[in-house]
Design a protein around this ligand. Sequence first.
Ligand SMILES: [Zn+2]
Length: 284
Amino acid sequence: MLQQTIGEPLEVEGIGLHSGAKSKVVLKPLADNRGIVFRRADIAGAPEVSALWSNVKDTRNCTCLEDSAGNRISTIEHLMAALYARGIDNVLAEAYAEELPIMDGSAAVWYDFLQKVPLVSGSAPRRLLKVKKEVSFVDDKGNRAVLEPCADGLEVSFAIDFPSKIVGHQVFCGRITPELFAAEIAPCRTFCEKYQVDYLQSVGLIKGGSLDNAVVLDGDTVLNPGGLRHPHECVNHKVLDALGDLYTSGYRILGKLTAEKTGHFHNNRLLAALFADNSNFEVV
Ligand SMILES: [Zn+2]
């Protein structure tokens, strides 16, 4: 398999979740071996930062990249997951704001756009990383993320536990394919509790947050008029986030991810553990 990029530019507009301000991204073709590169087109000099785990500087509410001068680009994870699933190895994402558009809180809009754009192959082989040894990251509460070898492809086993009866204990197990991603993962939205929304808005965050871009739970009630899109929307969204975050490895990972109650922080620390020892993996 050869590396792929997009055959023509693609423009996507929306609003930033935290700023509430308009946000635009223009995706452009990029040469072999450049990977996924973000550019802040709204800043003098248009600084660039590669979407690599080592450039991830904030994982509190999203995955945020930062260059050496402190220029940030945040909420990259849903676009990253869509690029991964679509099989795009190299692309330049020109952003006109610090935050990428949140769209509907899922990867569905990104993936729909990417499916409509033609892809072109380069001449270099695809960058694949085969996990050779088990690596893990466990936080101080025992929540853990593990990568281990797997026959082929990327397998994910994800479990979450939330007190709300709407969420409760949810499990996802599957081998990630474009078809599975499109049907089961891409449409699943980010979710939160109403009290979290109230708090974040009281401190000036999520100004753009609404029932149009997140599932909001109030105890055992879903506040969104249309309810859930999938009975396991919450865990499937965590899988979506993990796929986007794992793509900041700079490779398509061949292995199995097992995750229990983890998020962006764990995904990033797991990649740090993976790359801490060259014998953990093989580039194939
Ligand atoms: Zn997310």
